[in-house]
Design a protein around this ligand. Structure first.
Ligand SMILES: [Zn+2]
Length: 166
């Protein structure tokens, strides 16, 4: 997790080097100024979907609420330069989702602050796990788009959260 903004690049006093993911987070902050938190995990269920490069379909109201549709997949990118950051920004800039599954890597989430990005990461993993379970005995149908739109609008209003990509 890299909640600190780009203007604060001081090293952690007990660590020699920043995370190898720092460039990806910094790129995202530079190109999505409304974003104040970026979280990256290798949480197992979301990472399993990323391994298959398969979007998580919007088959539950909780997915429509938080993600506004399917959780999208971003391109495979090597670690160490701007590639991951470019993939995150290109995938999320026109999406309502605050989460992207980077292909062959894992989930990255954004939020207006670190707390919102952490929440999206937790819900992304919960979603990945639940849809995985649903898939064991069938093929859960995607919600109708009009219902997804209505759920998303209601949830974002009731909870006072702004679309991070708006
Ligand atoms: Zn990683």
């Amino acid at each position: 997790m890299h909640p600190r903004r780009r203007e604060d690049r001081r090293r952690h006093p007990r660590r020699a080097e920043p995370s190898s993911d720092t460039a990806a987070h910094a790129y995202t902050y530079r190109h999505m100024p409304q974003v104040g938190g970026v979280v990256h995990t290798h949480s197992p269920y979301a990472t399993a979907w990323a391994a298959r490069a398969e979007p998580i379909p919007c088959v539950l109201t909780m997915i429509a609420d938080e993600f506004g549709g399917d959780i999208p997949v971003g391109p495979f990118a090597l670690i160490g330069d701007d590639s991951i950051g470019r993939g995150i920004v290109e995938t999320l800039k026109d999406s309502r989702s605050p989460a992207v599954l980077m292909a062959g890597h894992g989930p990255f989430t954004i939020g207006k602050d670190a707390r919102a990005a952490v929440k999206a990461a937790v819900l992304c993993e919960e979603t990945a796990r639940t849809v995985h379970l649903a898939r064991q005995y069938g093929d859960p149908p995607r919600l109708h788009q009009e219902h997804i739109d209505a759920l998303y609008a209601r949830y974002q209003n009731v909870y006072g959260q702004k679309d991070p990509t708006a």
